[in-house]
Design a protein around this ligand. Sequence first.
Ligand code: ATP
Ligand SMILES: Cc1cn([C@H]2C[C@H](O)[C@@H](COP(=O)(O)O)O2)c(=O)[nH]c1=O
Length: 209
Amino acid sequence: MNRGMFISLEGPEGAGKTTIISMLMTELKLRGYQVLQTREPGGIEIAEKIRNVILDKSHTAMDPRTEALLYAAARRQHLVEKVDPALESGKIVLCDRFIDSSLAYQGHARGLGIDDVYSINQFAIGDQMPDLTIYFDIDPVIGLNRINQHDNREVNRLDLEDIQFHYKVREGYELLLKRFPDRMKKIDAADPLEVVFSKAKDLILSSLK
Ligand SMILES: Nc1ncnc2c1ncn2[C@@H]1O[C@H](COP(=O)(O)OP(=O)(O)OP(=O)(O)O)[C@@H](O)[C@H]1O
Ligand SMILES: Cc1cn([C@H]2C[C@H](O)[C@@H](COP(=O)(O)O)O2)c(=O)[nH]c1=O
């Protein structure tokens, strides 16, 4: 059995990752691929519980290192319990956020340092990096407006950070694009949904060839 393909989708809040993943699931299944959709932090019971702890709006005292370690712990459990078995059985895994979120949010925006956050994540995931990462680029003001105006999802602790934090997140992703040019591909997520979807689909199909 050939190992599957691990694809992560990344971007600031409201970039459209969750919407595009659903569209990609439908498209890839129609084409006969076996696909698993999942998300971080979460995807399995233990990691969903860690997610609730991290994102709880009342946890304003959470230390940045605690936050980084909790994301890494959730990632480890999710990887061994769900992602790895799916890849071993030959599936395509579409994961809404992975290590690059930690590098951009905790490493760059929180100021812990991309290298230090990368190190704790190496302890968590070893060399299990995604085969392909699609970065959905959006001005944070547009992304946050999308969430506030069109989405009924609950606002979480990270959403409530000030706008400078969200611009730092975007800046962090730009640094990662330079650091991982082979793995990470950028799409303008301010384009209409069908355009964004078509570009994401093309990136995946050409990587599968
Ligand atoms: N290209 C687009 N143009 C306009 N609206 C969009 C576009 N993509 C997504 N949206 C809308 O923006 C909102 C947020 O999208 P979505 O939940 O998919 O983003 P997300 O990246 O998963 O956000 P988060 O990671 O913050 O949860 C939804 O209401 C969605 O319908
Ligand atoms: C994996 C991961 C996530 N985050 C942040 C990014 C978002 O603000 C939330 C997750 O919520 P979403 O609706 O699923 O996007 O958590 C982070 O800071 N670090 C991470 O490693």
